[in-house]
Design a protein around this ligand. Sequence first.
Ligand SMILES: [Zn+2]
Length: 494
Amino acid sequence: MATNRTKQVSTLRVGRLFATPGRRPPNYGATVRIDNGVIVGVKTAGRIDDVRSGRHLVAMPALANAHDHGRGLHHVAFGAKDQQFELWRPALYAHPPVDPYLNAALAYGRLARAGVGSVMHVHSSILVHRLIDDAEAICRAARDVGIRLAFVVPLRDKQSLGHADDEELIALHDPRDHDTIRQTWLYDFPPPDEYMQLVKEIARRVEGPTISVQYGPNSPQACTDALLERIAASAAADGRRVTTHFLETRVQRQWADATYPQGFVKHLDQLGVLSERFTGAHGVWLRPDDVDLLAERGAQIAVNTSSNLRLRSGIAPVAQYIKSGMRFSFGIDSFSFDDDDDAFREMRVGHWLHSLNQSDAPLATEKLFEGWHRNAFYAVNNSDDYGEVKAGAPADLVVLDYDAMAYDIIEGMAEELDIILTRAGNRYIDRVIVAGREIVRGGKVLGIDMDAVEKEVLAQARAAGDDMRQLKPVLDRSTATLDEFYRSGKHAAQ
Ligand SMILES: [Zn+2]
């Protein structure tokens, strides 16, 4: 279903160019020249009318999505409804066996269409025997769509079922379900050595100019200290980045406080996990001293605003991030506001929530764009050279129809950036260019046939309907058991 219709771009002409949105006003009548994936020159005439074609367009660096799972099939489609994270998570066991290439291609196509050029793919399936094949299929999907990708290799070796020993949690479940849980939800974990070999092998097969591999401890609580230490040492040796879910929910915070009374984040630091290569997703429940320590180590947090609302996790303390001078980026986490991966809407929701009137460090537009551009690109691609349209920068650009967004604006009464912040979204995306290749044109994904891919993903998912419906009562019972367990506070009684 790849169409191979993406093509190299040598010149982009737009009426308005935000070379560094939030920092400087737009340039008018801009021509961006591109060669070999890199911007080689930017000329501005000073007047919109000086570009013949593209007068109605506005361009800026393409957005980067610092945390995602590449799920083409939406959660609610297979019964994983929005609710408290710990109760939502078991529903992932019902995810149907959809072809990994198609599932990822669908997700990446949607993100590309939203103006996203770089994606962090945190792989969720831990089926080790399939990991290499899955990684190759997923990275092929990224190449066909034309986005940059970080494939984050899933690593874990404890606490599969929740915040307690697996056996202890199984014992709380309905006896009818013990066999199913043991046979299909639990598996033997490879030792750290084998995991490190796996990361190396996947990297050998998939890495290239637009694709890289990262270490992905699923969450620190799902890894033994031995595994975390190996990850930290391997990342320090080979320079690859480390991405993990990090203090996303209140339950995680309670577990961490009970398990590490001297400080969970400090403990991770002692294991060597925190560094400038570290991206923690969410960080909703970080405390000021945690954030100070992360800032000191040069680590960053990927904020996932809609996901944190949909899974009832809370609102990330972005004001604290700003006060501590910690880097932060933004991600979508396969949980966009309306399940349409509209990255500009995610930007808008984040902007609103993190610049409330009572905030003592409201999120300024400069920081907002720095999060979606420079910091997220760094998290995904491990390169700090992004966020400004200038000669020498990667040629990743998103182009929107400015005149359509500004159809009712009375001249001289509104700043261009405010129009973007208020209205930019999927329906105004005109073109997306990544590494000098045009991957979206006229709002259409060029590299794959999106309609055909979506149709096939849904057909495959529905074909597994009988199995999924059979599992549903087990999942419902498991959710009720976990609800009772977390309500009892036993996860925090060490
Ligand atoms: Zn996630």
